[in-house]
Design a protein around this ligand. Sequence first.
Ligand code: NZQ
Ligand code: ZN
Length: 393
Amino acid sequence: MRDFVYYTPTEVVFGRSAENRLPELIKKYGGNKVLIHYGGGSAERSGLLPGIRTALEAAGIAYSELGGVVPNPRLSLVREGISLCRREGVDFILAVGGGSVIDSSKGIAYGLAYDGDIWDFFDGKAAPAAACPVGVVLTIPASGSEMSDSTVLTDDVNGLKRGCNSNYCRPRFAIMNPERTFSLPAYQTACGITDIMMHTMERYFSKERMNITDAIAEALMRSVFNDGKALMKNPEDYALRASMMWAGSLSHNGLTGCGAVSDFGTHRLEHELSTMYGVAHGAGLAALWCHWARYVFQEEPARFRSFAVNVLGREDNYSCDEEVLEDVTSCMRDFYHEIGMPASIPELIGRKATAEEISLMAERCSRGGSFRVGNFKQLGRREMEEIYNLANS
Ligand code: NZQ
Ligand code: ZN
């Protein structure tokens, strides 16, 4: 197993009455002038944003607002947010939404503490050394960004989606009321289920590991696999919504990867699908995973066997490795279909990707052939193209 640091500073306030604590938490973490940052309208329509404005006004907390974050959040809006916050003296960013809003908020927070161009952190020219504090009111369990060290932005001019990791961006608090997720469209719920399970799968398929982490990871994935299917049939079941919301945070705050070496190859490949086709991140992951699994299976068939038995609940009566592979991939394909997700690129975008598109995605993902992704099996440009081609059949 690998040495590790486990650092999860985010204060989580969870449950039906969690939002009542918002003004107190903003003050506790030093907010005097807040930017309320949000997406395309769901938080307004649900009454969440009007309630937040009223609560801040009652507590005497000044605020500015910036809405309009889109899924796969854009660098251009982050730049606009940085200028607005500088102009208005904002010292605290409140993200009201999901991964896209949180990541846009984290981008603004980095920018406020940096004199150079914010994209420097995303193309590796500089490393963050500070960030303005961020708090979260979560409305969709999926990305885990409410506790993660990660920020994923899209340069909408140059068509690049890139991540930046550092502890500075970890939110100070996350308010999670599962009732807020009742209004999610079924497709977004399913994208979330896929992403949550995948964040632990990306850590579980590792050649280095420790027993306690395996036990936690398997329990989390088993629960998301089973509760996810149940949730799609009972979207207003509070206990299932709560289970998914907490799983979303635990799956990406580092807990399920302690001692392991994260892979995140499927994530890297997916970011190119989101950039190329504008698809939802979770759906892109579902379109790729079975094909990634087929490509890397021989690295360690026993790992897939453990996944089949301890996560998917399969009988351990396989007579050969090939049976394990067929069973795991068909079981996961059925799972994705059952919750309404695609399991290939044609199912994702409604047609086959062209050879030129696949070549461009591999080119961008490998940064012109100079960059490899994944750890369970390292993937260079050629391997990336082969996986895209498998997923395209
Ligand atoms: O914009 P609004 O109107 O709010 O609608 C949103 C959006 O269209 C809607 N929605 C959110 N909460 C709702 C709701 N609709 C009804 N009721 C509610 N309660 O859902 C849509 C999707 O929202 P988005 O924030 O885009 O989803 P998600 O949380 O899946 O975030 C996806 C982004 O996170 C990144 C992804 O790459 C993608 O850009 N990721 C961030 C990570 C991180 N920072 O740690 C890790 C992940 O692997 C991921 O890469
Ligand atoms: Zn993800």
